[in-house]
Design a protein. Structure first.
Length: 280
């Protein structure tokens, strides 16, 4: 059986990584992805690292430790802008998975259908990385380099996810479509966040997942939504404003054309739901 290390500090974790091994957090993806009967090399479990735990409001915004579990996201007292991230947390597998799976693990796994990514993109999230060369921060969009690929350098770990104060404004939403309601990989998913001032959309952030190698923001649509009434937002959505940002594939869950159609409809529904929330 492989040795199992549980470092309590970031310094200790980076030191162990320098010696080589398998990084583990919630292990909800690690074991299913292991094709052999055992993991190769020592396992470095990061869930006890103090710097990678907890959700806190900072002077610059909000900080989520990479080892924060999805159930912690659900129970946290967060502004309405994070409602989309919370809705995604409810869709991350069963309650057992939500109690084990981590926010950082979801990002480092870099699945095109990672439930947490679209919501974090609408929150303009940045990732904090640490390794032998020190600390650095990257926009989440730059961290996700492709399907199952990240910008992590050798020996680096994802320490935390940061959301800037200005992105914690407004209200968020999340919708996904799968073959059934829960416990399913998405055919397509959408996150949206609207900031409304004076009855008009001041800022819009919309992202689509499972329709390309990585989830993507929709800049053309976001620009088109600025300045209109929230109740008119859904009607402003068109394929021409959504499709250029996507690169869907066909697989057993749905073909590329279907994914494109679904993405447009989910965006409309998310915006319609946000307008209804704002008018209550």
């Amino acid at each position: 059986m492989s040795a199992w290390h549980r470092p309590a500090s970031l310094t200790e974790a980076i030191g162990l990584l320098a010696e080589g091994g398998v990084v583990a957090a919630g292990c909800t993806d690690l074991f299913p992805a292991t094709r052999r009967q055992a993991l190769s090399g020592p396992v470095i479990d990061l869930t006890r690292v103090a710097e990678m735990r907890g959700i806190s409001e900072t002077r610059g915004g909000w900080r989520f430790g990479a080892a924060v579990r999805w159930s912690e996201v659900l129970s946290a007292a967060l502004p309405p802008a994070f409602d989309g991230l919370k809705a995604a947390a409810r869709e991350v597998g069963s309650v057992q998975i939500q109690n084990a799976g981590t926010l950082g693990g979801n990002l480092c796994n870099a699945s095109p259908a990672a439930d947490g990514v679209p919501g974090l993109l609408t929150l303009e999230a940045e990732v904090e990385l640490a390794g032998p060369a020190g600390m650095r921060r990257l926009p989440l969009a730059a961290f996700l380099a492709g399907a199952r690929r990240t910008a992590l350098a050798p020996g680096e770990v994802l320490v935390a996810i940061h959301v800037p104060s200005h992105a914690a404004a407004g209200r968020g939403a999340f919708l996904k479509l799968g073959a059934r309601r829960y416990l399913v990989i998405s055919i397509a998913m959408v996150a949206a966040r609207l900031v409304v001032k004076g009855g008009r959309i001041d800022r819009a952030a919309v992202a689509v997942g499972a329709c390309g190698p990585v989830a993507s923001r929709l800049p053309a649509l976001e620009a088109a939504l600025a300045g209109i009434a929230p109740e008119d937002a859904a009607a402003a959505v068109s394929e021409a404003l959504v499709a250029p940002a996507l690169a869907p594939i066909g697989d057993v869950r749905g073909d590329a054309e279907y994914r494109g159609v679904v993405a447009v409809e989910l965006v409309r529904r998310a915006l319609r739901g946000l307008a209804a929330e704002g008018m209550r």
